[in-house]
Write a protein that binds this ligand. Structure first.
Ligand code: F3S
Length: 652
């Protein structure tokens, strides 16, 4: 039987298991990436493994999420990351050089390779034919130590793109269309493989916008076939020799095929406050807009920003609207500057940001209260912008710029009709510059150029908490939560909180504070307990602090109707038992109930037991909770978490 692109790459990297959907497989990882908010823990965990150097072909440390310095803590973290990269043989991308996904795409991503990254949008370089997966930081540390990455073999879904995007519809609208159709849970356990004549017409930045947003579908990864466009793009980055032809076999079998006619698409937005709350722009026409931001890892490439620049040529940003451009990389910034577009945009009233995540996680450019912000980002979860009652719409650079010009949400097709001389910027952008694209490689320090030999830790960098074995018997339901609790709810990623990312004792004070401000103190007072949640618990990012901090507070188990993939893996990794309950049980449990697991959990975990009986309030009633875990995940739980497990293995 023929193979899909995904199966071909996995086959090449398979070290354990078979490519049967739902079965756990172990794969060899070629490249890893980590960023500044997850990276400090990654390197502290790598240090705990007692290895001399990184074992993968390539490892890269980016400083992108928090590049604005508020006090010494963040600067100390960046210095520690540089010292760790230098000491263990990783590339180090300096603060301000850009967002990990953009910079990795430009410098290192290659067709046919596997990439594991401690950021949920790691699948972005799938647009170049790299099989890239987001994971928890501990998985990254283990992969850097040469260990395989374990994942349930996903179903491979073919997204067959036909036709051609009409004027003013963009790659962002392809992704938003899929989100509207499939929802934020539609990709769970799946890899989306984009093929067809429509896919061939898309440029590499357009493809990577789509693969980036695949994460919002909950997908394990997203990938495109490679072609002349891939080769040409790699050549522009002076990396043509890394091109590999990757196509599905003619008789490849997909679990499902989704047909999209690009010609039918129109400008879309994701309305507040979920990426799948998708509607045509025209539904919101006339809504006042106080802020517009173009950039991020989704639409931060040079070719994403150029349409905005062209639309603003000879025009001005509306007086009541602030427009910010935050390029995804210094390469994009540099090219815009070299070609004069930065000056044009500044003259039009645009405020330029350094190449950083920043506003995407509420660090800088927080919207005014009770105002609308249009952003070209990938997430608009409530409160993520830094203010609780935010109203963030996601859209393409074209829709964002149209709003900046008029001060209100407007369908760019209507604006073009009104203005008469506004042309759709078009698909093929950025073809006039030559190979190399920019000189900003100077902001990447290669392992050969490393200036550190030894870890440099400031006072805010603590130790990694380690658990030895499991001692789980249930406890008080300290918090009952609804569906779709995100990792932002569990550990908010705002600047005032993130600065404690290397100090778990302090960071844990903020655990679930967005749901209940008293939670962490109650957990400490009760000496731990359990959590209860609805569907899709842990949706969002790969942030392992969202498992690490609850573990530190003594949370033994999470009872939820379902779990988001990466977060479930993180729960295993930190020795917290994820137990599935049905909707009826969820309804019956009250916060404050005492949930005692009747079975011997340590014995049950190691023997493969799948159902555990739970007694509520000393026998008032009982329910059954399911543990869906592979043998390896059970071993990890039994050891008290992955770090203890890997250390045990190294010791054996
Ligand atoms: Fe950064 Fe936001 Fe992307 S935090 S990695 S720009 S999703």
């Amino acid at each position: 039987m023929g193979q899909t692109i995904t199966e071909k790459i996995l086959d090449d990297h398979l070290v354990e298991g078979e490519l049967t959907p739902g079965e756990e497989i172990g794969i060899e990882i070629d490249q890893v990436l980590t960023q500044d908010t997850t990276g400090t823990m990654v390197w502290l965990q790598f240090e705990a493994l007692d290895l001399d150097e990184v074992q993968t072909e390539l490892a890269a440390q980016y400083c992108d999420h928090q590049t604005y310095q508020f006090d010494f803590k963040n600067t100390d973290d960046h210095r520690f990351l540089r010292s760790a990269a230098g000491t263990y043989g990783a590339y180090f991308s300096r603060p301000g050089n850009g967002i990990c996904h953009q910079v990795h795409k430009e410098n290192f991503a290659a067709p046919g390779k596997t990439l594991l990254g401690s950021d949920s949008h790691t699948p972005t370089p799938g647009g170049l034919g790299e099989l890239a997966i987001g994971a928890g930081g501990l998985d990254i540390a283990v992969a850097m130590g040469g260990g395989p990455y374990y994942v349930e073999m996903p179903e491979v879904v073919n997204v067959h793109l036909d036709g051609e995007l009409p004027e003013w519809a963009t790659a962002k609208d392809v992704a938003l269309h899929l989100l509207g159709e499939l929802t934020v849970k539609g990709g769970v356990g799946k890899i989306f493989e984009y093929t067809g004549p429509g896919a061939e017409k898309l440029s590499i930045p357009e493809r990577t916008t789509i693969t980036n947003l695949g994460t919002e579908l909950g997908a394990t990864s997203s990938i495109f076939a490679t072609d002349e466009k891939t080769k040409d793009w790699l050549a522009r980055q002076d990396r043509e020799e890394e091109y590999v032809d990757l196509q599905p076999d003619d008789d490849a079998e997909y679990a499902e095929t989704i047909e999209v006619d690009l010609g039918e698409l129109e400008p879309l937005v994701a309305a507040p406050s979920m990426p799948d709350n998708v509607a045509p722009v025209s539904e919101f026409e006339g809504t006042d807009v106080e802020q517009v931001i173009v950039g991020s890892c989704t639409n931060g490439a040079y070719e994403d920003i150029l349409p905005s620049a062209k639309m603003l040529e000879g025009r001005e940003v509306s007086k009541g609207t602030e427009m910010i451009v935050a390029p995804g990389s210094k390469q994009a910034s540099e090219m815009l500057a070299r070609e004069g577009w930065t000056a044009e945009m500044m003259a039009a009233g645009v405020n330029f940001s350094e190449a950083t995540c920043g506003a995407c996680i509420g660090i800088g450019h927080v919207p005014a209260s009770d105002s609308v912000s249009l952003r070209t980002f990938n997430r608009n979860f409530e409160g993520r912008s830094g203010i609780e009652d935010d109203s963030v719409f996601l859209c393409s650079p074209e829709v964002a710029t149209a709003a900046a010009i008029t001060g209100e949400i407007v369908d760019p097709r209507d604006l073009a009709d009104d203005l008469g001389d506004l042309e759709a910027p078009g698909l093929e952008m950025g073809t006039k510059y030559g190979p190399g694209m920019g000189e900003s490689d100077s902001d990447i320090i290669s392992p050969d150029e490393a200036i550190d030999d030894g870890l440099v830790k400031g006072p805010n960098i603590g130790d990694v908490p380690l658990k030895d074995g499991i001692d789980v018997d249930g406890g008080e339901a300290l918090l009952k939560m609804e569906d779709n609790i995100t990792t932002d709810h569990i550990i908010p990623a705002t600047a005032d909180i993130l600065k404690f990312r290397s100090n778990i004792e302090k960071l844990s004070e903020f655990t679930l504070s967005r749901v209940d401000e008293t939670f962490s103190q109650r957990a400490l007072d009760a000496d731990g307990g359990v959590l209860v949640a609805g569907e899709n618990y842990g949706q969002g990012s790969s942030r392992e602090h969202a498992a690490l901090c609850p573990m530190y507070l003594g949370i033994e188990a999470v009872f939820a109707q379902s779990f988001a993939r990466i977060h479930k893996a993180n729960l295993f990794n930190f020795g917290i038992v994820p137990l599935a309950i049905d909707a009826e049980t969820y309804e019956q449990i009250d916060q404050g109930d005492d949930l005692e697991i009747v079975d011997d959990v340590p014995a049950g975990v190691s023997s493969g037991q799948e159902e555990f009986t739970v007694s509520v309030n000393d026998g008032e009633w009982e329910f059954t909770a399911d543990l869906d875990a592979s043998e390896r995940e059970r071993d990890i739980l039994s050891a008290g978490g992955k770090l203890s497990w890997v250390k045990q293995q190294h010791a054996d």
